[in-house]
Design a binder for this molecule. Sequence first.
Ligand code: FES
Length: 529
Amino acid sequence: MNHEQQEWTRPEPLWREDCKIDSFEPLREDASTEVLIVGGGITGITTAYLLAKAGKQVTLIEADQLVNGTTGHTTAKVTAQHGLIYNEFLNHFGDEQASLYYQAQMNALHFMKDLVDQYSIDCEWTEEDAHLFATTKQGALKLEKEHKAYLQLDIPGTLYESLPFDMEATKALSMKNQARFHPLKYLQALVKELKNLGCTIHEQTTATDVKEEDRIHVKTGNDCTITCDKLVSCSHFPFYDGKGFYFSRMYAERSYLMAIEPEKEIPEGMYLSIDEPKRTVRTASYNGKPILLIGGESHKTGQGVDTSFHYRVLEEFAARTFGIKKKLFQWSAQDLTTLDKVPYIGPITRRNQNVFVATGFRKWGMTNGTLAGQLISDYVLGEQSLFHELFTPSRFKTDPSMKQFLSQNFDVATHLIDGKLELVADRPERLHKGEGKIIQWKGERAGAFKDEEGQVYMVDTTCTHMGCEVEWNGAEHSWDCPCHGSRFSYDGSVMEGPADQPLKDLSHELMPLGEHKREGQEDQLEESE
Ligand code: FES
């Protein structure tokens, strides 16, 4: 890379740069509605759009800003090619269900394209093929099997040998007629339409508790209650479990993305490698110029090495493969995977037909989120769908789900125990500016972060969801839980559930009178212990 040309990389998604979505006031008083939707990403907005259009009275609430969660951090590939899945689905579910999975994703893609046309949405919608590629012999064999599955399921695709960029592949497999777009520009238009349809929207409004009686009462963080007939949880991790045990049926992974202006020619198409280390590549545009989005480095949340390491590795890959003229943006995303890789979309439990959930989209939230909007609006409107059974959260397939269930919960149990036994020697006074780490405080494990002004924040590292020990994420300055993916800011406030309570704040223990520790006050720190 030419370092003289390198610019400051902005630590945020590319998408927010050139697109602002309308903002909305927080809820300030009790309210009543037919349908309450919790979560303002692509799933919540699509569900709200379809139901409002069908004449339902809809309220949508979002804990933060609209489209600032997983949807705002996506690679925004609109595709049914979700990695190597069709051969696996054929074996696990049979050809009818495997084919339905593909059809459901393509229906979602066509629905999105129809909206883009209907409202003339200028969202950089570009039809392109999606491609998987292998770099090993074993990977090539897997792609051959996947191709056979495509043939069996009538999925248009081609098996081929070499990539249009500087990387040796042993095989590649395309899926025809997929798309990429700018997700915020698309959703900006849908939000405008929601306003026209009379949908009520509140930002900075967190749903904290649910009481199901004759109607459903949802408590919000600012002490208001929304009463509704149907409740839809589109909050990435369901904010309400409703005895569905979702926390034990999914695991969370983080992955990393960067936007660069490359030195070499930009390849057409969207690429994903199937061998380790996995890499994803797609074209986008910035200031009217074509750029590349490059991603990968997934790891279970809270189990990465130093998280800034992942960006460095991606940058090395980008420099080697495409050359870097300018680094533009970098950001990370969190995704949830279900036991059988098929999202959970439908009634929260078999018996509860009033509360719906949509979660577990793996990395494929654009089609799955849209599909979830279609399926849930069908449920609410009492319409049958071909796809309900495949995606219902109460499906139960023992193979390979049970094996994964056991190993994932073993993983959780290990983190519950390991974190508690870990010996730590670091102390808050040894922190450098911008550094966060696990320290020992009064003989216990604690988490401390020192900001650029020298202010130290200290938290109890026990996750408020179910008691695992959170780990420091140096790239995002957050405390991440390895068990079910909750994330907390450096000061302990909740960034992502399932936890809905902040980490216990210990900062006040650093100094008498609640003052935080600043540079040059090490002696007092020592004394306060
Ligand atoms: Fe479940 Fe932390 S997210 S214990």
